[in-house]
Design a protein around this ligand. Structure first.
Ligand code: PSU
Ligand code: MN
Length: 300
């Protein structure tokens, strides 16, 4: 794998590094907002004294710490594959370009020695999964790979209660940053409880340390609510989600296309408002994730 020299040095010197995924760039947001957001997220991380490491696969080689030019290329290039765990061997062998999902970003971050990873939302158990068995590989990865993922909860395009059940079965702690309630991505209210509330970055760092020191493998999910001023109205977003799910069904969209299709359709249905909320929540997660990475470096 190719680790950016700045990232490598920070890791060697035990300075905070924050991993970022690239599917959110190539499949999660439209160009050019995807690239602008990716660069802005890196800026937020730097302003908090951490080093960003955006992860992607170029010509079959995992890149840890993409350059701004590489991020730009990921944002506009056609045919970049959405790469989850099952795709990795083929993408490596065939020397393809691949955007890493939460699952594969966790795998590569862990191999590089990065503990904290910031994103928008994770994949989960899809609605209707009792029939389709559509359960994101992100959840299995959280079960086994030693990375802490900071996100804004999971979107209501998923079945949130089933997603929590699955995470419980898999032994993944689901924590709320300064909240007891599981945030629902565009909105901070799901009506569901997280396992534990975490009050600050130091407390979070202690939980990570306790997990690693005690050789408890697997990820930790820290859910961080979208700031109130950027929340979407519940009726508006719920309507858009319902319509998008119906459209997905009518158009026969299946498998790995589901999440990108739903995200794109929701942006269209909300006249771009959901994209603005999405951007703000990622920036907010970047701030929290950087603080957690900083505190963890101090005590690990
Ligand atoms: N949720 C978002 N934005 C995203 C994704 C999820 O709000 O970009 C992406 C992430 O990369 C996540 C992937 O890992 O979708 C999950 O896809 P699937 O459900 O096919 O596993
Ligand atoms: Mn799926």
């Amino acid at each position: 794998m190719k680790i950016n020299p700045e990232v490598l040095l920070a890791l060697k010197e035990n300075r905070p590094v924050v991993a970022l995924e690239s599917t959110i760039i190539s499949h999660g947001m439209p160009y050019p907002k995807n690239v602008q957001t990716a660069l802005e997220v890196e800026k937020v991380i730097r302003s908090h004294g951490a080093v960003p490491a955006t992860i992607g696969i170029i010509d079959g080689e995992p890149i840890v710490g993409m350059t701004p030019d590489e991020i730009e290329e990921f944002g506009k290039r056609k045919g970049v594959l959405k790469v989850s765990r099952r795709d990795l061997p083929v993408v490596y062998a065939k020397k393809l370009w691949g955007a890493t999902t939460v699952a594969t970003t966790m795998i590569i971050a862990n191999q590089a020695g990065i503990e904290v990873f910031v994103t928008g939302g994770i994949g989960g158990v899809h609605r209707g999964a009792t029939e389709t068995m559509d359960i994101s590989a992100d959840l299995q990865e959280l079960a086994k790979t030693n990375v802490t993922v900071v996100c804004a909860g999971a979107k209501a395009i998923l079945d949130l209660p089933l997603t929590l059940e699955y995470l419980e079965t898999m032994g993944v702690p689901v924590l709320g940053y300064q909240t007891e309630e599981l945030p629902a991505f565009y909105n901070s209210h799901s009506g569901l409880k997280v396992d534990y509330r975490v009050d600050d970055a130091f407390e979070m760092a202690r939980i990570i340390k306790a997990k690693r020191d005690n050789k408890l493998t697997g990820g930790i999910l820290l859910t961080n609510p979208i700031p109130e001023q950027y929340e979407m109205k519940k009726e508006v977003i719920d309507n858009a989600i319902e319509t998008a799910l119906k459209k997905m069904d009518e158009e026969g969209i299946k498998g790995k296309e589901c999440t990108p299709f739903l995200l794109k359709t929701i942006v269209e249905l909300t006249g771009g408002d959901s994209l603005e909320s999405n951007i703000k929540l990622v920036l907010n997660n970047a701030a929290v994730g950087s603080e957690v990475a900083k505190e963890y470096c101090k005590i690990k």
